[in-house]
Design a protein around this ligand. Structure first.
Ligand code: FPP
Length: 243
């Protein structure tokens, strides 16, 4: 079976269920994120070893600012800024190039500095790309791309008739291939403003497992399911062709 597994190039993960995982154990929501953070390192290590090249993880949406100050501060200051050394060590050990996608508005100077340091220190790694969607929303990304396109058209850098899907995608936050497999943990079956452009032909997988419990063997299950999918990209598959 192992030899026959199809390995996606780009996997998107909507990290979900940290809060419910913590609640079930009478822990604070922040503790759930702490366990989620630890699990993310183990899971991505395993995924890269399986041959995945690109991972995009939704770690903080533009809408997550609606949460309590306590929870937002924990993710920003205790995890991202407070664990900067651990994150850098992890990226260097696994040779991961980390990128951040999202708007900078509303992020503190400390958070922006940590993000910049992670991107700068890991910029030369080529084989494993970790796209961290942070203060990210796909509508915002498309609006931001459109604004840059309008600026380039107004300044004469881009001709309106040259604009097509390929050129449009060059204005998105990152130059990454499309998402092949999108996993959202915790049983929710929605995309919640995550990489709408990039997921246009992604296979969706919605395991019930809460993120801190989503381990290597759960990812193997996702790969088995992905391997069974017939990806036609709007065409027809040879197996089903009749005339
Ligand atoms: C969703 O679960 C999870 C988040 C909004 C935060 C995820 C963040 C991390 C795993 C770590 C962040 C690390 C870095 C380096 C920035 P939820 O809270 O929506 O769960 P629930 O639906 O059960 O409440």
């Amino acid at each position: 079976m192992e030899n026959e597994l199809k390995i996606p190039s780009h996997v998107g993960i909507i990290v979900d269920g940290n809060g419910r995982w913590a609640k079930a154990r009478e822990l604070s929501r922040s503790k759930g994120h702490e366990f989620g953070f630890q699990n993310l390192q183990k899971l991505t290590t395993y995924m890269y070893r399986k041959g995945i090249k690109y991972i995009s993880a939704y770690l903080f949406s533009t809408e997550n600012f609606k949460r309590s100050d306590n929870e937002v501060n924990f993710i920003m200051n205790n995890l991202l800024v407070g664990r900067l050394k651990e994150i850098l060590e992890f990226c260097h050990k696994e040779q991961i190039k980390a990128l951040f996608s999202g708007r900078h508005e509303k992020l503190s100077a400390k958070v922006l500095k940590a993000m910049d340091q992670i991107e700068t220190e890991t910029k030369d790694y080529r084989e494993r790309i970790f796209n961290i969607c942070f203060n990210y929303g796909s509508h915002a990304e498309i609006v931001d791309a459109t604004k840059k396109i309008v600026e380039d058209v107004q300044s004469g850098k881009l001709k309106i008739n040259d604009l097509d899907e390929k050129i449009f995608s060059k204005y998105l936050y990152q130059q990454l291939p499309p998402v092949d497999l999108l996993i959202r943990t915790s049983g929710e079956q929605r995309i919640s403003n995550f990489m709408l452009w990039q997921c246009s032909y992604a296979e969706f997988y919605f395991p019930k497992t809460l993120f801190p419990d989503f381990k290597a063997e759960d990812f193997d299950e996702a790969l088995i399911e992905y391997t069974k999918r017939d990806r036609r990209f709007g065409g027809i598959s040879y197996e089903n062709e009749s005339n």
